[in-house]
Design a binder for this molecule. Structure first.
Ligand code: HEM
Length: 433
């Protein structure tokens, strides 16, 4: 993409709003970030953010436009450029250490047609609702253990650190066949992976570095690879029926899956598979504490739990953006988008779009329909969406009967990220049934 766009004919977002949308810190404060998105949806639903140090990008804030862009995987690619927005210096560093390529991770997110479909099909069957539902008993055991742990606290705890963070990690690691003693290592690596902009998650030796995002990203990927290489080799020698074994022993175009692509798969699932779910779970409880009529409703009628899960995911929108780039000159919302220009897909904004959701800022578990796009849309739509919803439903089914009341015991704290994240802390006080 060109480094400047003709301001006279193209909609340039006011700099203060553009900075808010791009800065990781804005996402720690709902009023700031949702205020900026509201302004954009009203005044410039498709505009160009020009923030020094970053490529200029089209910011896509309307639900309908996000779906239009995401549905067309040939016209809008994920990965001719970085599918995640970082500063130009970080992209330059990645290219420098990666033989000129921005593709630092060979995961589905970094793939386009036709490669994407062939890799996605290796596991898409495994993630279908009918298949996933067979895991319910296994997952419920993990949910019960987590709830027992929460109940062992004496009426006060941090719902994120003491509870929500651990269960989705246990689920995904169990499905992977990773031993429980390795989970702290996986948790640390994921937090580093998604928390590259958060001072509390940065590696001490990198925190002051101007390209910390790219450096930490590369370092955590390398650590993940070291870990998964060993497991991959074990599963090839002695195949089991877990997900890791399925990937390790899969074939692409008649040959065994290459090392980078296997590792990219594991990393994507290991990382995408739990921070998102734990944040949405925390968001569900937070939403009910802010709008307590929901708590009363779901306590009286557990059949509302699936609605709670959907609303928690919409309202939290733990994935803040993915990028696309146009592969040819085209138009969206009547705007001329040129080939290779980049688009920032803002899921939290689409999920608060007043054209689709009544009283969109309100947390309402009876919202129906709830056509949120927190899982994205089109060919890259979240592979793990049914697993995420199943996990969350089971957790709330196990948790809610044990809690009589719950209230906030302090302010929530959010991760500094414009990519994937959400709750870092949610202090609560509760009474047991
Ligand atoms: C992709 C959200 C849980 C694995 C995505 C995307 C989003 C997303 C927005 C990108 C979609 C797009 O580009 O259109 C979420 C949310 C979750 C969640 C909100 C929880 C509430 C999970 C889980 C797993 C998972 C539990 C795996 C166990 C993946 C993978 C991709 C992906 C592998 C890449 C798919 C592709 O590019 O084809 N997710 N996710 N996610 N997600 Fe999730």
């Amino acid at each position: 993409m060109a480094t400047s766009l003709d301001a006279d004919v193209r909609p340039i977002i006011p700099e203060d709003i553009a900075r808010i949308v791009i800065a990781p810190k804005s996402y720690t404060d709902d009023a700031t970030i949702y205020g900026a998105f509201r302004w954009l949806r009203e005044h410039m639903p498709l505009g160009i953010a020009q923030v020094p140090g970053y490529d200029p990008v089209w910011v896509v804030t309307k639900h309908a436009d996000i779906k239009e862009v995401e549905r067309n995987g040939k016209l809008f690619h994920n990965a001719d450029h970085n599918p995640i927005l970082v500063d130009q210096a970080s992209d330059a560093f990645t290219r420098e250490i990666n033989g000129g390529s921005i593709r630092i991770l060979s995961s589905l997110t970094y793939m386009d047609p036709p490669e994407h479909a062939s890799y996605r099909s290796l596991t898409s069957n495994w993630f279908l609702p009918g298949k996933i539902s067979k895991l319910e008993d296994q997952i419920r055991v993990l949910a019960r253990q987590s709830v027992d742990n929460l109940l062992s606290f004496d009426g006060e705890c941090d719902f994120v650190r003491d509870f929500a963070l651990h269960y989705p990690l246990r689920v995904i690691m169990t499905l992977f066949g990773v031993p429980p003693e390795d989970e702290p290592r996986m948790l640390k690596l994921t937090q580093e992976f998604f928390g590259v902009h958060d001072p509390e998650e940065q590696r001490p030796d990198m925190a002051a570095d101007p390209v910390v995002a790219a450096k930490q990203w590369a370092a955590s990927i390398e650590d993940f690879y070291t870990y998964f290489d060993k497991l991959s080799a074990q599963r090839r020698e002695q195949p089991t029926d877990d997900l890791l074994s399925l990937i390790a022993n899969s074939r692409i175009n008649g040959a065994p899956i290459p090392r980078d692509e296997a590792n990219g798969y594991y990393v994507a699932i290991a990382t995408a598979g739990h921070d998102t779910t734990s944040s949405s779970t925390a968001g569900g409880l937070h939403g009910m504490m802010l709008y307590p009529e929901n708590w009363a409703k779901v306590k009286a009628d557990p059949s509302l739990i699936p609605g709670l899960v959907d609303e928690a995911i919409r309202w939290t929108s733990p994935v803040k953006h993915f990028m696309r780039n146009a592969t040819a000159d085209t138009q969206v919302r009547g705007m001329d988008i040129r080939a290779m220009e980049r688009l920032m897909i803002c899921y939290p904004s689409g999920n608060r779009d007043e054209a689709v959701f009544d009283d969109a800022d309100r947390f309402d578990i009876t919202r129906s329909p709830n056509p949120h796009i927190a899982f994205g849309f089109g060919p890259h739509m979240c592979l793990g969406q049914h697993l995420a919803k199943l996990e969350m439903r089971i957790l709330f089914e196990e948790l809610l009967p044990h809690l009589k009341s719950v209230e906030m015991a302090g302010d929530p704290r959010m991760v500094e990220t414009n990519f994937v994240g959400g709750y870092k802390a949610l202090p609560i006080r509760f009474t047991k049934n």
